[in-house]
Design a protein around this ligand. Structure first.
Ligand code: CA
Length: 227
C-alpha cells in the first residue's frame, strides 16, 4: 500500500482512478487543480504523485517545477499528448515516469509499483548515513553518536538527516526552511538558528567549539566529521 496523491481536473477520470486505486489498497488523496495539489503534496507528503499535465490553473510542467523546488516525491505524469518532445521535457523537468491517456488503472498501478520499487527520487528503502561517529537511520528515524542514542525531536531528526545527506557541504538556511520545514518561500532564519542550537547541545558541542556542526557566517551550516 502506498499513500498517493492524484492531481486531475477531469472529474470522471479522477473518480474512476480514485476508486480503482483505493480498491487496490492504496490511500489516495485527490486535487482538481495545481495550486491545491501543491498544497496537498506539502501537507500530506505522499509516497507518490500522479500529475495530469493539462490543469486549468497552471501548466503541468510549471507545476512539476514548483513541486520539485520543494519536494523529491516521485511523480508519474499523465499526458494527453503522445508527443515525444513533450515527454522528454516533462522527464527533464523531474517526472519519474509518464503515461499517455487514455490508460487503465491496471497500467497506472504497474507504473506506480515500478517507480516505488526503483526508489525514484524519494521512495524505496532509506539508507542509513554515517558522518564520523554519527549514524542516522531514516528508516527507524533514530540517530546515534559514538554508539549512544540521541534523543531528538522529529524536527531535530529531520534537520540532522538533511544535513547528513549533504555532509561536508554548506547548506543554506533557505534550503533548510524549504526542505526540513517545507516552507517554500519566506520563513525566518531564526527558526533554523534555534533548532540548530538545540541540536548542537544534544551533540554535546557549542558554536564556539564545534565538532560536527559548523556555522559558516552569512552562508549557512555544514555537518562534517570532526578533524
Ligand atoms: Ca486535464
Amino acid at each position: 500500500m502506498a499513500h498517493l496523491l492524484l492531481i486531475e481536473d477531469d472529474s470522471a477520470i479522477r473518480t474512476n482512478l480514485l476508486r480503482a486505486l483505493r480498491e487496490r489498497g492504496h490511500a489516495v488523496a485527490a486535487s482538481h487543480n495545481a495550486m491545491d495539489g501543491l498544497q496537498t503534496a506539502l501537507a500530506e507528503r505522499p509516497d507518490l504523485v500522479v500529475l495530469d499535465l493539462g490543469l486549468p490553473d497552471l501548466d503541468g510542467r510549471e507545476m512539476l517545477r514548483m513541486l520539485r523546488a520543494v519536494s523529491a516525491v516521485p511523480v508519474i505524469v499523465a499526458t494527453a499528448r503522445d508527443d515525444e518532445a513533450e515527454i522528454v521535457r516533462v522527464l527533464d523537468a523531474g517526472a519519474d515516469d509518464y503515461l499517455v491517456k487514455p490508460f487503465t488503472a491496471a497500467q497506472l498501478e504497474a507504473r506506480i509499483r515500478a517507480v516505488l520499487r526503483r526508489g525514484g527520487t524519494g521512495g524505496g528503502e532509506p539508507v542509513a548515513l554515517t558522518v564520523g561517529g554519527l549514524r542516522i537511520d531514516p528508516g527507524a528515524r533514530t540517530a546515534t553518536l559514538d554508539g549512544a542514542g540521541l534523543d531528538l525531536t522529529p524536527r531535530e531528526f529531520d534537520l540532522l538527516h538533511h544535513l547528513a545527506t549533504r555532509a561536508g557541504q554548506v547548506v543554506t538556511k533557505r534550503e533548510l526552511l524549504s526542505e526540513v520545514w517545507q516552507v517554500p518561500y519566506g520563513g525566518a532564519d531564526k527558526t533554523v538558528d534555534v533548532h540548530l542550537s538545540w541540536l548542537r547541545r544534544k551533540l554535546g558541542e557549542t558554536a564556539q567549539q564545534p565538532r560536527y556542526l559548523h556555522t559558516v557566517r552569512g552562508v549557512g551550516v555544514r555537518l562534517s566529521e570532526p578533524a
